[in-house]
Design a protein around this ligand. Sequence first.
Ligand code: 13P
Ligand code: SF4
Length: 309
Amino acid sequence: MQNINLLEEIKELKKVKKAIILAHYYQNPEIQMIADYVGDSYQLSKIAKNNDAEVIIFCGVHFMAETAKILSPQKKVILPVKTAGCIMANSITYEELLAFKQEHPDYIIIGYVNTTAKVKTLCDVCVTSSNALKIINHYKGQKILYVPDQNLAKYANYLNQNSDQIEYWDGCCNIHHNLVTGEVKLQKTLHPNAKVLIHPEARLDVLKLADFIGSTKEIIDYVKNSKEKEFIIGTEKGILYALETLNLDKKFYLLSPNLVCRTMKLTTLEDVKNALLETGSKYEEIKLDPKTIELASNALNKMLELSDK
Ligand code: 13P
Ligand code: SF4
């Protein structure tokens, strides 16, 4: 009953504030349920840019809300829980990347979207897990530093075995990085008919055991288009909500019980209501200075341009 009232209040507040709610696939089911759009980091950045809402309530982690603000500076962007950060984004600082650039001015800097707005100002282009390989290939033949995800970079180098190898930072997402080959082998033994689908933030030895490697949205599309009935899922647990509700006839097994991003799970319905009301001490309105927006948007817009080519 209390939840029904809360849902009604959120619906009403959205109308009054001309707001939309965006949610990443890793959010809790009740948040995905009330969102206007659920997506991966690439889809959500495009939606943030291309809709005419006045307010965006971004249910995800800090870098995602910042990305929405950079692409739509005229909109109010609110993160319901300001402590919802990302280990990966925190694995490189502005000062560290600046020092690299000063020493190596000839490098193209490709920045994963999982970076802070300040770090993006130093990048030539951004990428997400769904367009990284395409964009890295676009810069083939040039010296490249890829930041901060070592695993996606190693995977790109593996695919380009006999060609240019890119250099990379030593950052990672612990949730995906902690997956080990033994877990894949165990799940394959338990579910011999299941296809193994893994996010490219996992280690290369783990990825080599996958039937398919892709972003959250690509994993969802793969399942939708597959005739198979069972799948072992190697990414954050939240994706199971979309997979299960969209594919009632298919079965899903999480590759490891540790595939839980703690900060993605912090946002509650109450937090969303408070963010819409701009009340309480948990929410944060994303504010960035104009220079940061200008420089970071160059890298993000370059990504959108190359990705859609
Ligand atoms: P996607 O690009 O698949 O949305 O992934 C974002 C992320 O944070 C993965 O851990
Ligand atoms: Fe960041 Fe990993 Fe959480 Fe994705 S799953 S938001 S990369 S900490």
